[in-house]
Write a protein that binds this ligand. Sequence first.
Ligand code: 9PG
Length: 778
Amino acid sequence: MITLQNAHQFLTLDPQSADWRFQFAAQPNLIFDAAAPVVLIRRGYLRHPVALASLPLEVSDPQRVNSMHGVCQEMRLSWQADENGAGVSLVFRLLESAPVVMMQLKLHNDGGKPFLVDQMQFFHAGLEFGSPADSLAFHSNGWQSWAMTGTYGARESAWRTKLRFIQSPLVENPGTPYFNHPGHYSSDLYGILGSRSSRVGLLAGFLSQREHFGSLEAWTVGKPGLRLWANGDDTRLDPGQTMMTDWAVLTPIDLDATDPMGWYLAAVARENDARSNSSAPVGWCSWYHFYTHVTAEDVRANLKTLATVRDSLPLDLVQIDDGFESQVGDWFTFQPTFPDGVEPLRKEIHAAGFTPGLWLAPFILHPQAKLVKEHPEYLLRNRLGRPVNAGFIWNVFTRALDITNPGALDYACRVVQTAAKDWGFPYLKLDFIYAGALAGVRYDPTLTRAKALRRALEALRGAVGEETYLLGCGAPLGPSVGIFDAMRIGADVAGDWSPVYNNNRQIFKYEPHMPSLRNGLQNTLTRAPLHARWWVNDPDCLMVRPDTRLTLEEVQSAAAVTALTGGSLLLSDDLPQLPPDRLRLAATLLPVIGERAQVLDWFDHLMPGHLRLDLQGAIGDWSLLALFNWEDQPRPAVLTRSDFHLDSSPLTYHSFWGGENGRWEGEELRLGTLPAHGVRLLSVRLESADKPAYLGSDLHISQGQEVRNWEWDGMVLKVTFALPRRAEGFVLLTLPGKPTAATLNGVSVTAEALGAGVYRFPVVFDRKAELWVEVAAN
Ligand code: 9PG
């Protein structure tokens, strides 16, 4: 046996079979037993593994090496090339500073003939957690923006689209198998198999997807296990060439840590030079009211309203979505409803003091696009020479560009460059990016799908320059890190809770990736940890208008999820028609909090329902707690301290939309009924006995960030409010004595006593206000 070890972990390798096993020092019950790697290649029509077991293996002596993630112990396994020249090697690295195993596979063609690479499998491993099999769960990550992400319990089946050739091309990685029976799961890029009882998980995944789309398979039936591989996509490896995988990693996860995936997410950001300093867009988008029927006049009318209501609703971005172009694929000609194209609108948006944004879909084609007829050679095709299906969208089966064809890539680059440089848009939403990575026969057969996509994305970024803000959408996640400033991380929202098509709700109810508020919120919650690490998360638009099929409670849940997960905030209603109460609801989210909450039950429920965001400010420390009810019927609103990781200190609370407030002493806090799909959003803080405290407000969703300054001299409390807008509402203060006098900006105000030392002060101000309260000695 050969061992490689450090303070965090040790790996043992059988030099005969190349089977390996490792354990982490801090998780002695987690045992990982892996079989030797498997490399599948094709010569002609025959797919076969490189026969590693029968080839001489050389194992290097352990070495200490530097990597961008820290110092590692490294060991190299090199197999002699087989009779056709296929030579495989595997590198192990154990990180010294953290319990992390890194791995890379290499495949070299030493022979005289090319072969095709089907799959490079790192391991097929059995796992032990030292806890009952039915406590196991698997966290599955979807391939691209819209693809569902969440944790399945051992008895649950993964959600999978039933709309095979209609939806699958969009959301499923052709290299990943999808299962829909209990106990068998798959994932893209990363996945976590863990135990809900022992609270330990194992994350397996890739640090990048510049070379391959890496996939995972997990099972909880029989002996639980994991399989991890890089998809070769039948890419040709020519004589003398080497194919190297992205780095794979294995790392144990404390499921209850405040930042369970922290190491991994930061490592991916490092590995790909993520654009993680970009600011979160705040604005308006045309899609979710006007859809493809949008006109230049609609955009103008909304721009006018945005300017008019700016004092109470300060938004910045005005993004024109799909509907201006004459056809998806024909980007230089326009619909009659945009008679002068989009450049004049860009100027008007600029002149009004907003940031203009434009939607483009550079890799996908409407079958009737002129480009299809003019350049049939640009189309990605299958083995039979037929254009591949990029999914059923806009009520047609769409086509994709072969982005390895220089002419096609050049066209895509010209499209984005024209929008950025000639039309002058500083913000572009690049949609349907997956279309560049569909399975097909490519112009350049030596590029994997991931590599082809990564190169094309780099070319697009090069074409628009560093300064253009790029939002990715419908995009495979891995190759996008480092390219996009912001990324859609879930399905489209819609004016319906669950998916509907042609008025049919029942058939589509469990479609996991189709537009619907539920599907949008699902990933906004489960992919929240990616925010401000890989990019700015885009949770999709917040629809607040009253004339959808959404209840007020559903709109509040959407607002709470959007505000607490820290990503962008885009409204998408027809603003001239928006009633004042809904406008106010949206305004309370401004300015955006910009921080991401902990999703406490991310491993325990498919759709997590517990968020906690700890905040600090002039008023001290406080927390926002959100309890959601994702069930289809109302249930009692019961918050428990253990669910929110709170100790037993006495707390005070105020519920943002419900208005309930008071003390929280015991384990549970019962707050009446939580409607279906509704939320209780509470601010809670430690009770302070003899000093004034800020209990909450209805001015801003943070219930505290609106306070710039807080001064208490024992008799007078001075509170300074600052917001980038008008505000009207109330604040709740806990006072150690009766307020004898109070003024707001010098004008006397009267507090309402709510009992137990709590007083409600009406406030109305524009940007800034001073509230002075004289408190009687007790
Ligand atoms: C414009 C829209 C909006 C939206 C994008 C994207 O058929 N489909 O499954 C499907 C999925 C998503 C989709 C359209 C169709 O929406 O996410 O924000 O820009 O394109 O067409």
